[in-house]
Design a protein around this ligand. Structure first.
Ligand SMILES: C[S@@+](CC[C@H](N)C(=O)[O-])C[C@H]1O[C@@H](n2cnc3c(N)ncnc32)[C@H](O)[C@@H]1O
Length: 474
């Protein structure tokens, strides 16, 4: 039974739909004018290219008709971004109605940290334009994990599913591009977006809460072995437009291209070389040790890039790896640890990843955003670096976890023994008799020691020492 507030996720059948563009629109619709910024993002073309394709080179049209949009769909090189071609006319016509709706209240940047529960699609639209200096995030990956409190979302392309549980990798790529599109207005000139992504194989591997559970399901623990199709959100790979069974889906490079097509500048396609990687039971290919981080900026202003601050940073917060990296150069291969995964979230960042991104791309007092904040690691890194942070997550469970971790880091020295006990109960922690040591019982089998002090305690740890379960640097 799913827990309250959690919806079950559907099985994934990567079967590409066969839909066609219907050009038989009424004259009155074909004559309607649409904002060219939106058209450019939906068609994946720059405004200058659109002007050239409409035989008006050197001009900057603000509006074009739907008739002209239909013509642009025939131009070589068209590539969908977040709306499939067959749905572009109805989406653009619908946008004319949407623009008449009142806007929801603006979400102000907090003085320190604020974590909001909700769908990132809704919350991103409420951020003040240009208010965010640095975005660092890791969205759910396609078809990889079942999270706590998953919830269905209705996307602009019409699909209804929890993020990460799209029926095809193309659906996931569209939804990721849609989030990037919604996010773009909030990014400040000179700001950066760091988007962590991983690829998925088009296999029938059961989708579980974390890599360990997945390996167990695949046979290393005989008593939990079940048939391939007997799992929640099992993938069946037949019916995709071109991907074969067990083939890699190429999701990160395809998202990178679409980010560029909707108007971001792709600064770097960073390889995160993980210092330790989960073993995979595969025989015909190399096991994966890399994930990717897209570094994106907006507009003509070059993004802030504080190499000097990065050079001085300790490795735990994302500074240069003492042996695998040179402090002289920031390259596009980052040697960072993986997270210990013991803070109650199966896909947690190592502190070093948001730490490095935030230090490089922002300054003290700037606002950092993580729209998929999970256990709150980005907020911990932001606070330790003196930045403010706003975070979103769709799960009540993770919002509570993130808030508790931040509260613990921010205010521990102010807590009485009673408050420590209350916090410990909220976080499922156990304190010893003195109230000076808490052990997190995060899952039934994983434990992690968290040093805490009470008011008046002899030693007052520095903020970074309070971060629960900072992983040993490997
Ligand atoms: C990869 S995890 C992020 C983990 C995080 N970096 C950390 O260090 O713990 C992705 C998160 O996205 C959340 N999520 C999924 N769909 C969402 C949505 N539509 N809006 C906001 N959050 C969502 C999940 O609940 C999950 O916590």
């Amino acid at each position: 039974m799913p827990e309250a507030g959690t919806e079950t996720v559907d099985d994934i059948h990567p079967k590409s739909p066969i839909d066609r563009l219907d050009r038989g629109l009424p004259e009155e619709d074909r004559a309607k004018s649409i904002d060219v910024e939106l058209v450019a993002a939906v068609l994946g073309m720059s405004r200058a290219f659109i002007a050239r394709a409409l035989e008006r080179p050197g001009t900057r049209p603000k509006q074009i008709t739907l008739e002209q949009v239909l013509g642009l769909l025939d131009v070589d090189g068209f590539q969908e971004t977040f709306i499939p071609r067959s749905k572009i006319p109805s989406y653009l016509l619908g946008s004319l109605e949407d623009s008449k709706q009142p806007r929801s209240a603006v979400l102000d940047g907090p003085e320190t940290v604020a974590i909001h529960r909700g769908d990132a699609r809704d919350l991103l639209a409420r951020l003040a334009p240009g208010s965010v200096q640095c975005v660092v995030t890791s969205s759910p990956y396609w078809g990889m994990r079942v999270y706590e409190n998953t919830r269905q979302v209705t996307w602009a392309d019409g699909e209804q599913c929890a993020y990460g549980f799209e029926q095809t990798p193309e659906g996931f790529i569209r939804h990721t591009t849609e989030i990037l599109y919604l996010l773009k207005p909030a990014v400040a000139a000179g700001g950066s977006v760091w988007w962590n992504l991983m690829d998925t194989y088009n296999t029938r591997t059961p989708i579980r809460g974390n890599a360990r559970e997945r390996l167990d399901e695949m046979g290393s623990v005989p008593e939990s072995r079940r048939g391939w199709t007997d799992h929640i959100a099992c993938r069946h790979s037949a019916g995709h437009m071109y991907l074969n069974d067990a083939e890699q889906s190429s999701i990160p490079p395809r998202v990178a291209e679409r980010a560029s097509r909707i108007g971001y500048r792709l600064k770097s396609y960073i390889t995160w070389r993980k210092n330790s990687a989960t073993p995979e039971p595969v025989q015909s290919r190399g096991t994966r040790q890399a994930e990717y981080i897209l570094h994106l900026s907006v507009g003509d202003t070059p993004p802030t890039f504080n190499k000097d601050e990065w050079t001085e940073l300790e490795p735990e917060l994302g500074g240069p790896h003492p042996t695998l990296e040179s402090a002289e150069r920031v390259t596009d291969v980052w040697s960072l640890p993986t997270s210990s995964g013991k803070n109650g979230h199966g896909a947690e960042f190592p502190l070093a990843l948001p730490g490095r991104c935030i230090a490089l791309a922002s300054s003290e007092g700037d606002l950092v955003l993580d729209p998929f904040i999970g256990s709150g690691t980005s907020a911990l890194a932001a606070v330790q670096l003196g930045r403010r942070c706003i975070g979103f997550d769709i799960s009540d469970h993770y919002v509570e976890l993130a808030q508790a971790r931040v509260a613990m880091q921010q205010g521990l020295e102010e807590l009485t023994a009673k408050e420590v006990a209350a916090l410990a109960a909220q976080l499922h922690l156990e304190t010893d008799d003195e109230g000076t040591l808490a052990t997190a019982i995060v899952t039934s089998s994983d434990t992690v020691a968290i040093p805490v002090t009470r008011r008046g305690g002899a030693s007052r740890p520095r903020p970074h020492e309070l971060a629960p379960a900072a992983p040993p640097y490997r």
